[in-house]
Design a protein around this ligand. Structure first.
Ligand SMILES: *[C@@H]1O[C@H](CO)[C@@H](O)[C@H](O)[C@H]1NC(C)=O
Ligand SMILES: *[C@@H]1O[C@H](CO)[C@@H](O)[C@H](O)[C@H]1NC(C)=O
Ligand SMILES: *[C@@H]1O[C@H](CO)[C@@H](O)[C@H](O)[C@H]1NC(C)=O
Ligand SMILES: *[C@@H]1O[C@H](CO)[C@@H](O)[C@H](O)[C@H]1NC(C)=O
Ligand SMILES: *[C@@H]1O[C@H](CO)[C@@H](O)[C@H](O)[C@H]1NC(C)=O
Ligand SMILES: *[C@@H]1O[C@H](CO)[C@@H](O)[C@H](O)[C@H]1NC(C)=O
Ligand SMILES: *[C@@H]1O[C@H](CO)[C@@H](O)[C@H](O)[C@H]1NC(C)=O
Length: 296
């Protein structure tokens, strides 16, 4: 478990005191290292070792070789384990509230009293991975080729940077920004985020895929939703009935009936065929085609 909590030795010196940075996942274990090398090989039986948080509340104390519970704050009872070999305190069941700085102290018990021989500060940050963003379709493609959808991702920390939709067609990728709605749980302090958008679909009849992307603050990671397919065959983008559409529909039976096919019609069919996906043509162009066909 301790492996998943990462540890960086930032080794920066702030007002003369060395400080470490540690990172842990929500509900996981945090490492709070003391980095005591014990150069004089002093026995634990002569040492007083303890960790405290920034409010001076004690997490753990090893007093002359024995665990001492008297000074430990209630919220840390039963949540710690001390690794003697690495001089690291493990704090279990990490919550967002646990982020902050911690100090480890090592004192040598001498006849005259306690002598401080080592001190280390660790700054702990806490993360929670957001769930994979999930797209929910709120409406079918409407008459105006609009589709309404929301995307949500839950139980993450810290607050992410942004969330957006990506619409991919055969040839293009378009990003759609939206205002991110954020809610934070009072108890866990985890965030839920969502966006809603009414997307105007481009006038293509090829398949389209929509992704939702969550950009988290840390390490610039991007979380992608599963692809959301819009298949125009099952969900036709209803072109407003215009002369051009009616012409295209009327042309099909003519082409299929072999007796009626004329050379010029064949040419015309070839022209139209590559448009398994075609952009809407203007009515004027279509009308000219009709008239030239009739002239032939
Ligand atoms: C440290 O002391 C212990 C006994 O107190 C001894 O067994 C051990 O070998 C010593 N280690 C070093 C590196 O001196
Ligand atoms: C969180 O996400 C990171 C990066 O994708 C991954 O390495 C890590 O294992 C995840 N942690 C948990 C607790 O899910
Ligand atoms: C979309 O249309 C289908 C069939 O017409 C219907 O079953 C489905 O509930 C609709 N979905 C939404 C989100 O309105
Ligand atoms: C889609 O969203 C827009 C803007 O919020 C709204 O005006 C419209 O009524 C919605 N359409 C459907 C079919 O839900
Ligand atoms: C994609 O590009 C190809 C070649 O440029 C073109 O023939 C096709 O019509 C385009 N498709 C869409 C959906 O725009
Ligand atoms: C966040 O989402 C989870 C899971 O869907 C839900 O249980 C929780 O109540 C939500 N919290 C907030 C603050 O919206
Ligand atoms: C669109 O996707 C469906 C399956 O989702 C597939 O059967 C169809 O061939 C695809 N059409 C194109 C033009 O890629």
């Amino acid at each position: 478990m301790g492996l998943s909590s990462m540890l960086f030795t930032l080794a920066f010196l702030l007002s003369g005191a060395a400080s470490l940075a540690s990172q842990a996942y929500f509900n996981d274990v945090a490492d709070l290292p003391c980095q005591f090398t014990n150069p004089q090989n002093i026995s634990l039986g002569e040492l007083v070792v303890f960790w405290q948080n920034q409010e001076m509340l004690v997490l753990y104390e090893r007093y002359l070789g024995k665990d001492k519970l008297d000074n430990i704050d209630l919220k840390y009872l039963g949540r710690t384990s001390f690794d003697q070999d690495s001089w690291t305190l493990r704090l279990h069941n990490i919550q967002i509230k646990d982020k902050g700085s911690y100090q480890c102290f090592v004192h040598h018990k001498k006849p005259k009293g306690l002598v401080s021989i080592h001190q280390m500060t660790t700054d702990l940050s806490v993360l929670a991975n957001f769930s994979q963003p999930e797209i929910v379709q709120l409406s079918n493609v409407t008459e105006n080729s609009y589709i309404n959808m929301t995307c949500s991702s839950v139980q993450g920390y810290p607050e992410p940077k942004k969330m957006y939709f990506l619409l991919k067609t055969e040839n293009s990728t378009t990003g759609y920004d939206a205002i991110m709605q954020t809610s934070q749980d009072n108890v866990t302090e985890l965030y839920n985020v969502s966006i809603s958008l009414s997307i105007s679909l481009p006038a293509v009849t090829s398949n389209m895929t929509i992704f939702c992307v969550l950009q988290t603050e840390l390490m610039e990671t991007q979380l992608f939703s599963s692809p959301f397919h819009i298949d125009p065959e099952n969900q036709p983008l209803p072109d407003p009935p215009s002369p051009s559409t009616w012409f295209a529909i009327a042309l099909v039976p003519l082409v299929i009936a072999p007796v009626i096919i004329s050379q010029s019609l064949r040419k015309l069919k070839k022209k139209r065929k590559p448009g398994a996906s075609y952009e809407r043509e203007t009515i004027k162009v279509e009308e000219r085609k009709v008239s030239s066909m009739r002239e032939e």
